[in-house]
Design a protein around this ligand. Structure first.
Ligand SMILES: Nc1nc2c(ncn2[C@@H]2O[C@H](COP(=O)(O)OP(=O)(O)O)[C@@H](O)[C@H]2O)c(=O)[nH]1
Ligand SMILES: [Mg+2]
Length: 327
């Protein structure tokens, strides 16, 4: 086993840097430059014990993790890490990347487990982390062994690392930007009573029920004269092509008004959102279908129901713990 080491924490990114050394006898390498304060030799410490000491003047903690693995916790500055790197290299240890480290991990047997582990290191929500951890522990291989077909979870699996795309379209002034801000919970987009306020695409990442979502506000779809608006509409169409869900906003105060373009690609998931429900005529919203919902972005009514509907449209069935997914 040739000695190698990994910078677990990128230098300069934290107060403490953690460097992990893998070797036949890691203590022999580390004691060349590390002095335990106790005066004992490093190899007299058992795995799990923490050893306080110094590398020249600098305070360091050394943790024997297992017979072949030793962590060194030093100051996180670029200079301190560069010096430690130099010492380890002088002792014949080679630095490895995170990818090489994952490839060497012998508890990760399959490519799916390795991909899950890489994704887990960057998991953004507890829900995503729990699903990825299941895959690290072999949920996908177990599902195959039970004769199940994990392919039905492919879309969910893909969106553990790449957000679901939810695109808001509709005529100018129906309240797309108001609703965009409401869902995000902060005033990201400019809202204005004049049509044509949003001309470019606005996108913002958010989390809905633990799932990663990219919410996209567009210029709307309508016949425009001015060239900037026309380009905005062209961009909105491009977003529609890539959407996992389209929120088609309609104005509940003018239900009979021409709704603008409604020819979405047939395979697309579309939820019709009647906004400005506060201005709707009595009874106008009483007979909505399963693919319609009424809200008021201004008065914040119907928003939590809308969020539930968005989540159920994206992930119709919540995966049970232990569900196998192909990454
Ligand atoms: N009464 C009412 N007004 C709204 C509602 N949502 C948005 N508005 C108003 O409609 C106008 C256009 O809103 P905006 O979000 O800019 O529409 P967009 O052009 O579709 O992005 C603004 O004056 C908003 O305050 C709502 O639910 N009820
Ligand atoms: Mg707008």
């Amino acid at each position: 086993m040739n000695p190698v080491f990994l910078l677990t924490t990128p230098p300069g990114k934290g107060a403490i840097a953690v460097v992990t050394l893998y070797a036949e006898r890691p203590a022999e390498i580390v004691q060349a430059f590390f002095c335990p304060k106790s005066g004992r030799t490093l190899d007299s410490y058992a795995p799990g014990e923490i050893v306080y000491g110094t590398i020249f003047e600098e305070d360091v903690l050394v943790c024997p993790v297992s017979p072949n693995e030793m962590e060194i916790h030093c100051h996180g500055s670029l200079a301190a890490v560069a010096r430690l790197r130099g010492f380890l290299t002088e002792q014949g240890a080679r630095e490895i990347t995170r990818d090489e480290w994952i490839d060497r991990k012998d508890d990760l047997k399959t490519e799916n487990q390795k991909r899950a582990f890489k994704a887990l290191l960057n998991a953004e929500t507890e829900k995503v982390a729990a699903i990825l951890l299941d895959q690290v522990n072999g949920a996908y291989e177990n599902a195959l062994a039970r004769g199940e077909d994990p392919a039905r979870w492919d879309a969910v699996a893909r969106h553990l690392t790449e957000p679901w795309k939810v695109v808001m379209v509709g005529r100018p002034n129906v309240g797309k930007s108001s609703l965009f801000n409401r869902i995000l919970g902060f005033p990201r987009a400019i809202v204005f009573e004049q049509a044509g306020t949003t001309r470019d695409i606005l996108r913002e990442k958010t989390i809905l029920d633990g799932w990663l979502v990219e919410l996209v506000d567009t210029a709307g779809l309508h016949l425009a004269q001015d060239e900037i608006e026309i380009e905005g509409i062209r961009r909105a169409r491009a977003e529609i092509e890539r959407a996992d869900l389209i929120l088609w906003l309609r104005d509940a105060s003018e239900p009979n008004e021409d709704a603008g373009e409604s020819q979405f690609p047939p395979e697309k998931n579309v939820l019709t959102v009647w906004n400005k429900a506060d201005l709707a005529a009595p009874g106008a919203l009483s007979a909505l279908s399963d693919s319609e919902i009424a809200v008021s972005a201004l008065h914040e009514t119907g928003i939590s129901e809308l969020l539930d509907r968005i989540v159920r449209a994206l992930v119709p069935e919540e995966p049970a713990p232990g569900t196998g997914m192909r990454l």
